[in-house]
Design a protein. Sequence first.
Lengths: 117, 110
Amino acid sequence: EVQLVESGGGLVQPGGSLRLSCAASGFSFRSYYMHWVRQAPGKGLVWVSRINSDGSSTSYADSVKGRFTISRDNAKNTLYLQMNSLRAEDTAVYYCARASEYTYDYWGQGTLVTVSS
Amino acid sequence: QSALTQPASVSGSPGQSITISCTGTSSDVGSYNLVSWYQQHPGKAPKLMIYEGSERPSGVSNRFSGSKSGNTASLTISGLQAEDEAHYYCCSYGGSSTWVFGGGTKLTVL
């Protein structure tokens, strides 16, 4: 069974940093592209970032470019999102999602990040 | 990377059909047959319902169908059931390794 379990969310002050993790199991993690998608409270889904299967290629939404870094450790079956210079508008539930071609076929349950003083 | 445009809400009675539109541009929806649709119940993770415009994953009811015309994709749900009440989001590949979601549509089953 495919499982994606996010962790690392919490309360952080504006300007602070946080690293999210997504532990994958039940499939060959190293074979899949992975994404982060976020959802602000009461709002819609927003694509954040993507990483290819071996970690050599990444892409970001303009709103997080230069502040967030996506990475992965295929030996640990884990996806990461390093978030720096956090702003109030980054407050959201962050989902990791497995990409099958250009589609998200499995999602984690999400981890809440709250940026507030 | 502007969000795709979806109606904020749609509604229908049990047994009826509804269609949710998703309008993008010639740079995203219009350029690729790579629109997917996701269903999200409150407090839950999204679930894939349609991919590549009109393909249905295994396990998804054939009451759900997708199509595309120009820069607009559509999700049709026939034979509405109470459990279909949820938010629905479209998503398209936007080129240059970027993706874009729609703002979401709340479906109410009357």
